[in-house]
Each structure stands twice: as C-alpha cells, then as structure tokens.
Design a protein around this ligand. Structure first.
Ligand code: CAA
Length: 258
C-alpha cells in the first residue's frame, strides 16, 4: 500500500510508522491521520505484529497541526468535520503496545500524538512544547488533559500558558518521557525494546495496556478492581501456563498468543 504522508515498514514482529512530510516538519493534516489510521488497522489485524512504533525525522517528530490547513477554519468547519476527533483519536484507540520514538520537535499536536502512545522514547535532541497559545488557540488533541496527568498541574500550566519548550532531560525528569536515547540510534534502540515486547504474549500485553490505561480513567478502587479481574483472566490463557512452566523448567517460553 502506498501512503502519501507516512512510510510503513515491518521489522520482525514490530510495525513501524514514519511520519513523512519533511517539507512541513511533519505537520499533522487530516490526510496524514487517515494514513496513520489505515496503517494501524493493518498492524492491528496482523497477528504476527506484537508492538508498533511511531516515529518522525531527525529534525521533527511533528511540529503540530498543519497551520496552513486550518488557518481559514471557522467554528462550524471544525465542529461539523469533527476536527481531530474523527481520525486523530484512532491512535489512542490502538490496542497493541505503541511506542513514540521522538527526535527533534514534538510541538502542539505532535506532543499530543506522542502522548496518545503508550510510552515516549526521546532522542537527546527532542523538544516538547504546546505553543498553541501563540496562535490564539489552545491544545486540541488532549494536551490540556494528558500533560497534567503525565507531569502534574504546575509543569503542564507552564508549558501551555507560556509556550515554553522543554528538552529531553526535563521531559524525562517530569515523567513525560520513559527513556532518553542518542539521536543517531533512536530508532535502532527503540526497535530493540519493541522487539523484546513483541516476544511476550500479545493478549497479555493488551490486558496490561488496558489495565494501565484504566489508571487514567477511573478512581483507584475502580482501577484496582479492573486490574484484578484482568489478572484473574490471564489465568485463562495458555501463555500464562507456558510462561510459568518455562520459568520452573528454566527454559525460554514459547508463547502462542492464546
Ligand atoms: N503547520 C504547517 N507548516 C509548518 C508547521 C505547522 N505546524 N510547522 C512548521 N511548518 C513549516 C514551515 O511553515 C516551513 O515551511 P516553508 O519552508 O514552506 O516556509 C517549514 O515547515 C520549516 O519550518 P521553519 O522554517 O519554521 O523551521 P524552523 O527550524 O525555523 O522552526 C519550528 C521550527 C520552531 C518548529 C517552527 O516551524 C514552528 O514554530 N512551527 C509551528 C509550531 C506550532 O505552532 N505548532 C502548533 C500547531 S497548532 C496545534 O498543534 C493544535 C493542536 O493542538 C492539534
């Protein structure tokens, strides 16, 4: 399949989506998200894929929503087209583990896209920001909601109200980023981690992801109950039996995703 705005590849059990609008620093258009959605559909339908990586270029993961595309929008255009909701949200609905490998700018919708993924690996040249206030708008793809959950209210306010960019070190320190990697090896290093994840039982990975995400969407008691029920459900899988048997027999498990 040929995509206009992204490149798609597989590396063993890992699917890789590379945002590819270099002339506009990977500015995020509706067309780009249609492409990302189709690629995710393909990877999610493919039983052999156990983890997905979204990345950009060395210079930009994504510099935000495409400003030239939305500069003439009125309220009714945005509302009637269900701008952002109709296709951007697809990323947050992905059920397989999803890593954002971020080098260079991750601004506005770019930062928000990274936060829709399960974890962010940042190159040492990464810069995160929510500069929408400079354009007379506010973050519209989850920035005001996911940032405070990741880093607390004060830091989130600092980013959204001042438009200040933070570097990879600050982003890791405040919990936005899981790991920092050298820019030159970001994708290779991310692929090693993703390949490791993809070796585990896919249904169990999906249960873990669902359960961690519950922490964001429910009270602690609700979340704990959800986790406990998923934990119990894992005992219905063949992979649970295989994982524990392999440990006791001191051998590598052979998971069958069942
Ligand atoms: N939309 C459209 N085009 C963009 C863009 C964007 N978000 N960001 C960069 N570009 C384009 C530039 O217009 C420029 O195109 P031309 O060469 O045709 O002029 C090209 O990409 C390169 O950009 P610069 O020359 O500006 O590169 P730079 O290195 O000097 O600066 C930058 C880099 C600091 C990222 C700067 O481009 C910038 O500030 N971009 C806008 C960032 C922004 O405001 N993002 C938020 C968008 S709104 C949003 O995302 C809402 C939401 O919540 C969903």
């Amino acid at each position: 399949m040929n995509y206009e705005n992204i490149l798609v590849a597989t590396h063993g059990k890992v699917g890789v989506i590379t945002l590819n609008r270099p002339k506009a620093l990977n500015a995020l258009s509706d067309g780009l998200f249609d492409d990302v959605g189709l690629a995710l559909d393909g990877f999610e339908a493919d039983e052999s894929i156990g983890c997905i990586v979204i990345t950009g270029s060395d210079k930009a993961f994504a510099a935000g929503a495409d400003i030239s595309g939305m500069k003439d929008y009125g309220y009714m255009d945005a509302y009637k087209a269900n701008f952002i909701t109709k296709n951007w949200d697809r990323v947050a609905r992905c059920r397989k583990p999803l890593i954002a490998a971020v080098a260079g700018f991750a601004l506005g919708g770019g930062c928000e896209l990274a936060m829709m993924c399960d974890m962010i690996f940042a190159a040492d040249n990464a810069k995160f920001g929510q500069p929408e206030v400079k354009l007379g708008i506010l973050p519209g793809a989850g920035g005001t909601q996911r940032l405070p959950r990741a880093m607390g209210k004060s830091k989130a306010m600092d980013m959204c109200l001042t438009a200040r960019m933070i570097d990879a070190v600050e982003a890791e320190r405040c919990g936005l980023v899981a790991r920092i990697m050298p820019a030159e090896t970001l994708l290779a290093d991310t692929l090693v981690v993703a390949a490791g994840i993809a070796e585990y039982s896919l249904p169990v990975l999906m249960m873990i992801k669902e359960s961690v995400n519950r922490a964001y969407e429910s009270s602690l008691q609700e979340g704990l109950l959800f986790e406990r029920r998923s934990f119990h459900a894992a005992f219905a899988t063949n992979d649970r039996r295989e994982g524990m048997t392999a440990f006791i027999e001191k051998r590598k498990p052979g998971f069958t995703n069942s």
